[in-house]
Design a protein around this ligand. Sequence first.
Ligand code: UDP
Ligand code: MG
Length: 165
Amino acid sequence: MINQTLILIKPDGLKKSLTGNILTRLSETKLDIVAAKIVQVSRELAKEHYAHMKEKPFFEELIKYIMGHYHKKKVMALVYWGEDAISKVREICGATNPEEADMVSIRGQYGRITTKGVYENVIHASTDAKEAEREIKLWFEPDELIVDIYPTKTAKRDKKVLVWA
Ligand code: UDP
Ligand code: MG
């Protein structure tokens, strides 16, 4: 089944200079990249992205981690699209806990557990279609994707935007 998934190269992945390695590993899937950008994660976006973790004791640490408090203050966000994109990407990423992840998965190769107990696992990938939809819509506007994957509508936004001078 054709589907799409949100991938984040987390701040530790960028700080460790792993962008190239991670994208090379992901290219094994032969999926299409249909959106990509560098994002400075606000507290609001971080909390929304990890809304399902808000009862966890490590929630505040997790928010700081994804905001880049301990590394670079940026993440790379991408949408991969194609046959079984969600499961293919999750497979290459490996288990959430880098110590339990397959040694040759991305998280197994590059992740670590911090002394504060956070799994710094260098990459995020959506787990299922519902989560992918929520996450892609959270991180991207429709016109940032080069394929039409979810229904859109036109809306008028009366707000000031920055343009080149
Ligand atoms: N996480 C953690 N400790 C845990 C569980 C999760 O530090 O015991 C972090 C880890 O960075 C993980 C993120 O919280 O990637 C989101 O957790 P989730 O269970 O959604 O795992 P994922 O979908 O990222 O594999
Ligand atoms: Mg998850």
